[in-house]
Design a protein around this ligand. Structure first.
Ligand code: BGC
Length: 254
Protein backbone atom coordinates (compact mmCIF):
# COMPACT_ATOMS: atom_id res chain seq x y z
CA UNK A 1 0.00 0.00 0.00
CA UNK A 2 1.59 3.29 -1.07
CA UNK A 3 1.36 6.77 0.45
CA UNK A 4 1.20 8.08 3.97
CA UNK A 5 -0.59 5.19 5.65
CA UNK A 6 -0.83 4.30 9.34
CA UNK A 7 -3.17 1.87 11.09
CA UNK A 8 -5.44 3.40 13.73
CA UNK A 9 -7.02 1.38 16.53
CA UNK A 10 -9.69 2.68 18.89
CA UNK A 11 -10.07 0.68 22.12
CA UNK A 12 -13.46 1.28 23.72
CA UNK A 13 -15.56 -0.25 26.49
CA UNK A 14 -17.78 -2.15 24.05
CA UNK A 15 -15.78 -2.49 20.82
CA UNK A 16 -12.23 -2.37 19.49
CA UNK A 17 -12.11 -0.88 15.99
CA UNK A 18 -9.34 -0.47 13.48
CA UNK A 19 -8.67 0.74 9.95
CA UNK A 20 -5.80 1.97 7.80
CA UNK A 21 -5.81 5.75 7.39
CA UNK A 22 -4.44 7.92 4.59
CA UNK A 23 -2.74 10.78 6.42
CA UNK A 24 -2.91 13.18 3.49
CA UNK A 25 -6.70 13.15 3.51
CA UNK A 26 -7.56 11.85 7.00
CA UNK A 27 -9.80 9.26 5.30
CA UNK A 28 -9.96 5.55 6.09
CA UNK A 29 -8.60 3.62 3.12
CA UNK A 30 -10.88 0.65 3.90
CA UNK A 31 -13.97 0.13 6.04
CA UNK A 32 -13.13 -0.10 9.70
CA UNK A 33 -13.33 -3.53 11.28
CA UNK A 34 -14.75 -4.03 14.78
CA UNK A 35 -14.35 -6.81 17.33
CA UNK A 36 -16.28 -6.79 20.60
CA UNK A 37 -14.15 -5.83 23.59
CA UNK A 38 -13.24 -9.07 25.39
CA UNK A 39 -14.54 -9.51 28.93
CA UNK A 40 -12.57 -9.17 31.09
CA UNK A 41 -10.61 -6.67 28.96
CA UNK A 42 -7.20 -7.65 30.33
CA UNK A 43 -3.99 -6.47 28.62
CA UNK A 44 -3.38 -9.92 27.06
CA UNK A 45 -6.94 -10.15 25.72
CA UNK A 46 -6.98 -6.61 24.28
CA UNK A 47 -3.54 -6.94 22.64
CA UNK A 48 -4.75 -10.24 21.15
CA UNK A 49 -7.76 -8.47 19.63
CA UNK A 50 -5.53 -5.71 18.18
CA UNK A 51 -3.37 -8.39 16.50
CA UNK A 52 -6.58 -10.02 15.18
CA UNK A 53 -7.78 -6.68 13.78
CA UNK A 54 -4.49 -6.24 11.93
CA UNK A 55 -4.80 -9.73 10.45
CA UNK A 56 -8.03 -8.60 8.83
CA UNK A 57 -6.11 -6.15 6.60
CA UNK A 58 -3.31 -6.68 4.14
CA UNK A 59 -0.73 -4.16 5.42
CA UNK A 60 2.97 -4.03 4.69
CA UNK A 61 5.13 -4.62 7.79
CA UNK A 62 6.41 -1.05 7.96
CA UNK A 63 2.92 0.46 8.44
CA UNK A 64 2.96 1.79 12.03
CA UNK A 65 0.06 1.49 14.50
CA UNK A 66 -1.53 4.16 16.65
CA UNK A 67 -3.73 3.05 19.54
CA UNK A 68 -6.37 5.30 21.08
CA UNK A 69 -7.08 4.11 24.65
CA UNK A 70 -9.60 5.21 27.32
CA UNK A 71 -7.18 6.21 30.10
CA UNK A 72 -4.51 8.75 30.88
CA UNK A 73 -1.23 7.56 29.33
CA UNK A 74 2.13 8.88 30.47
CA UNK A 75 5.26 7.73 28.63
CA UNK A 76 3.32 4.85 27.06
CA UNK A 77 2.08 3.63 30.47
CA UNK A 78 -1.57 3.41 31.58
CA UNK A 79 -1.50 5.34 34.85
CA UNK A 80 -5.12 4.98 35.94
CA UNK A 81 -8.30 3.57 34.38
CA UNK A 82 -12.02 4.11 34.95
CA UNK A 83 -13.83 1.86 32.50
CA UNK A 84 -11.65 -1.13 31.54
CA UNK A 85 -10.05 -3.91 33.56
CA UNK A 86 -8.00 -2.57 36.50
CA UNK A 87 -5.11 -4.90 35.60
CA UNK A 88 -4.14 -2.25 32.99
CA UNK A 89 -2.80 0.12 35.65
CA UNK A 90 1.00 0.30 35.35
CA UNK A 91 1.10 -1.56 32.01
CA UNK A 92 3.23 -0.09 29.23
CA UNK A 93 0.60 -0.15 26.49
CA UNK A 94 3.04 0.94 23.78
CA UNK A 95 5.46 -1.89 24.57
CA UNK A 96 2.67 -4.48 24.96
CA UNK A 97 1.14 -3.66 21.54
CA UNK A 98 4.55 -3.45 19.82
CA UNK A 99 5.46 -6.88 21.27
CA UNK A 100 2.09 -8.40 20.34
CA UNK A 101 2.05 -7.09 16.76
CA UNK A 102 5.69 -6.60 15.78
CA UNK A 103 4.91 -3.08 14.59
CA UNK A 104 6.10 0.35 15.59
CA UNK A 105 3.44 1.57 18.01
CA UNK A 106 2.27 4.94 19.30
CA UNK A 107 -0.36 5.18 22.04
CA UNK A 108 -2.60 8.06 23.08
CA UNK A 109 -5.57 8.82 25.31
CA UNK A 110 -8.77 8.40 23.25
CA UNK A 111 -10.07 11.95 23.73
CA UNK A 112 -6.65 13.32 22.83
CA UNK A 113 -6.73 11.18 19.67
CA UNK A 114 -10.10 12.71 18.81
CA UNK A 115 -8.64 16.15 19.56
CA UNK A 116 -5.70 15.58 17.21
CA UNK A 117 -8.05 14.36 14.48
CA UNK A 118 -10.42 17.33 14.82
CA UNK A 119 -7.47 19.75 14.71
CA UNK A 120 -5.85 18.03 11.71
CA UNK A 121 -8.96 17.34 9.64
CA UNK A 122 -12.15 18.37 11.42
CA UNK A 123 -14.15 20.95 13.35
CA UNK A 124 -11.10 22.54 15.05
CA UNK A 125 -8.94 22.76 11.91
CA UNK A 126 -6.96 26.02 11.84
CA UNK A 127 -8.75 27.33 14.95
CA UNK A 128 -6.44 29.98 16.42
CA UNK A 129 -7.89 29.97 19.94
CA UNK A 130 -8.72 27.54 22.76
CA UNK A 131 -10.76 24.46 21.96
CA UNK A 132 -12.18 21.70 24.19
CA UNK A 133 -12.99 18.52 22.27
CA UNK A 134 -15.33 16.49 24.49
CA UNK A 135 -16.30 12.90 23.72
CA UNK A 136 -19.54 11.53 25.16
CA UNK A 137 -19.57 7.73 25.30
CA UNK A 138 -19.05 5.15 28.06
CA UNK A 139 -17.14 7.94 29.81
CA UNK A 140 -16.50 11.61 29.09
CA UNK A 141 -13.17 12.36 27.42
CA UNK A 142 -11.65 15.82 27.12
CA UNK A 143 -8.90 17.15 24.85
CA UNK A 144 -7.67 20.71 25.38
CA UNK A 145 -6.07 22.47 22.44
CA UNK A 146 -4.72 25.98 22.34
CA UNK A 147 -3.17 27.54 19.24
CA UNK A 148 -3.15 24.05 17.68
CA UNK A 149 -1.17 22.48 20.59
CA UNK A 150 -2.71 19.88 22.86
CA UNK A 151 -2.42 19.50 26.66
CA UNK A 152 -2.56 15.70 27.08
CA UNK A 153 -4.52 13.62 29.61
CA UNK A 154 -6.99 16.27 30.74
CA UNK A 155 -9.25 13.99 32.83
CA UNK A 156 -12.07 16.52 33.17
CA UNK A 157 -14.78 13.91 32.70
CA UNK A 158 -14.15 13.18 36.36
CA UNK A 159 -14.85 16.59 37.88
CA UNK A 160 -17.43 16.41 40.67
CA UNK A 161 -20.91 17.76 40.06
CA UNK A 162 -23.30 17.63 43.04
CA UNK A 163 -21.08 14.97 44.53
CA UNK A 164 -21.14 12.79 41.38
CA UNK A 165 -18.23 11.86 39.17
CA UNK A 166 -19.49 13.89 36.17
CA UNK A 167 -19.17 11.10 33.60
CA UNK A 168 -21.24 8.66 35.70
CA UNK A 169 -24.07 11.17 35.51
CA UNK A 170 -23.66 12.94 32.16
CA UNK A 171 -21.92 10.53 29.73
CA UNK A 172 -23.96 8.98 26.92
CA UNK A 173 -23.84 5.72 28.91
CA UNK A 174 -25.74 7.43 31.77
CA UNK A 175 -28.46 8.47 29.30
CA UNK A 176 -28.77 4.85 28.10
CA UNK A 177 -28.49 3.26 31.55
CA UNK A 178 -31.14 5.51 33.09
CA UNK A 179 -33.33 5.70 29.97
CA UNK A 180 -33.15 9.53 29.95
CA UNK A 181 -34.88 11.49 27.20
CA UNK A 182 -32.64 13.85 25.19
CA UNK A 183 -34.30 16.77 27.02
CA UNK A 184 -33.43 15.35 30.45
CA UNK A 185 -29.92 14.42 29.41
CA UNK A 186 -29.40 17.88 27.88
CA UNK A 187 -30.15 19.44 31.29
CA UNK A 188 -27.24 17.44 32.73
CA UNK A 189 -25.01 18.39 29.80
CA UNK A 190 -25.96 22.03 30.37
CA UNK A 191 -24.67 21.77 33.97
CA UNK A 192 -21.55 19.90 32.93
CA UNK A 193 -20.55 22.12 30.00
CA UNK A 194 -21.31 25.27 32.05
CA UNK A 195 -18.91 24.01 34.70
CA UNK A 196 -16.27 23.29 32.06
CA UNK A 197 -16.76 26.80 30.69
CA UNK A 198 -16.48 28.33 34.19
CA UNK A 199 -13.16 26.50 34.71
CA UNK A 200 -11.55 26.72 31.25
CA UNK A 201 -13.22 29.49 29.20
CA UNK A 202 -12.75 27.78 25.82
CA UNK A 203 -13.58 29.65 22.59
CA UNK A 204 -15.05 26.52 21.05
CA UNK A 205 -16.45 23.20 22.33
CA UNK A 206 -16.46 20.30 19.86
CA UNK A 207 -18.73 17.41 20.88
CA UNK A 208 -17.73 13.92 19.73
CA UNK A 209 -18.47 10.30 20.57
CA UNK A 210 -20.99 8.02 18.85
CA UNK A 211 -23.95 10.06 20.12
CA UNK A 212 -22.69 13.15 18.26
CA UNK A 213 -24.35 11.55 15.23
CA UNK A 214 -27.61 12.66 16.89
CA UNK A 215 -26.32 16.15 17.76
CA UNK A 216 -29.46 17.83 16.41
CA UNK A 217 -31.41 16.18 19.26
CA UNK A 218 -29.41 17.75 22.09
CA UNK A 219 -26.98 20.49 21.02
CA UNK A 220 -29.83 22.93 20.14
CA UNK A 221 -31.17 22.47 23.70
CA UNK A 222 -27.96 23.86 25.25
CA UNK A 223 -27.41 27.50 25.99
CA UNK A 224 -23.71 28.21 26.52
CA UNK A 225 -21.31 31.13 26.23
CA UNK A 226 -18.79 29.43 23.88
CA UNK A 227 -19.71 28.20 20.45
CA UNK A 228 -20.54 24.47 20.56
CA UNK A 229 -20.45 22.29 17.44
CA UNK A 230 -20.55 18.55 16.63
CA UNK A 231 -17.30 16.78 15.81
CA UNK A 232 -16.64 16.46 12.10
CA UNK A 233 -15.13 12.97 12.30
CA UNK A 234 -17.75 11.40 14.58
CA UNK A 235 -16.84 7.82 15.44
CA UNK A 236 -13.69 7.59 13.32
CA UNK A 237 -11.91 10.37 15.26
CA UNK A 238 -10.06 7.96 17.58
CA UNK A 239 -8.78 5.86 14.67
CA UNK A 240 -7.75 8.88 12.58
CA UNK A 241 -6.12 10.73 15.51
CA UNK A 242 -4.15 7.68 16.65
CA UNK A 243 -3.03 6.97 13.07
CA UNK A 244 -1.95 10.61 12.65
CA UNK A 245 0.28 10.36 15.71
CA UNK A 246 1.61 6.97 14.63
CA UNK A 247 2.63 8.41 11.30
CA UNK A 248 4.33 11.39 12.98
CA UNK A 249 6.06 8.99 15.43
CA UNK A 250 7.30 6.84 12.56
CA UNK A 251 8.71 9.93 10.78
CA UNK A 252 10.47 11.01 13.96
CA UNK A 253 11.88 7.47 14.24
CA UNK A 254 10.25 7.15 17.67
C1 BGC B 1 -11.25 8.17 31.06
C2 BGC B 1 -10.55 9.04 30.03
C3 BGC B 1 -11.18 8.81 28.67
C4 BGC B 1 -12.69 8.98 28.73
C5 BGC B 1 -13.35 8.65 27.41
C6 BGC B 1 -12.74 8.42 31.03
O1 BGC B 1 -13.37 7.60 31.95
O2 BGC B 1 -10.78 8.44 32.37
O3 BGC B 1 -9.18 8.76 30.00
O4 BGC B 1 -10.62 9.71 27.75
O5 BGC B 1 -13.24 8.16 29.72
O6 BGC B 1 -13.16 7.32 27.06
Amino acid sequence: MAGKIAFGVDVGGSGIKGAPVNLDSGQLTEDRFKILTPQPATPEAVVGVIAELLDHFDLSPEVPIGVSFPSPIVGGVVTWIANLDQSWVGVNLAEAVAAGTGRQTTVVNDADAAGYAEVAFGAAKDHPGTVAVMTLGTGIGVALITGGKLWPNAELGHIQIDGHDAEKWAAASAKDREGLTYAKWARRLQRYFSEIDRLLWPDLIVVGGGVSRKHDKFLPLLSLRPKIVPAALRNTAGIVGAATLAWQGAQAGG
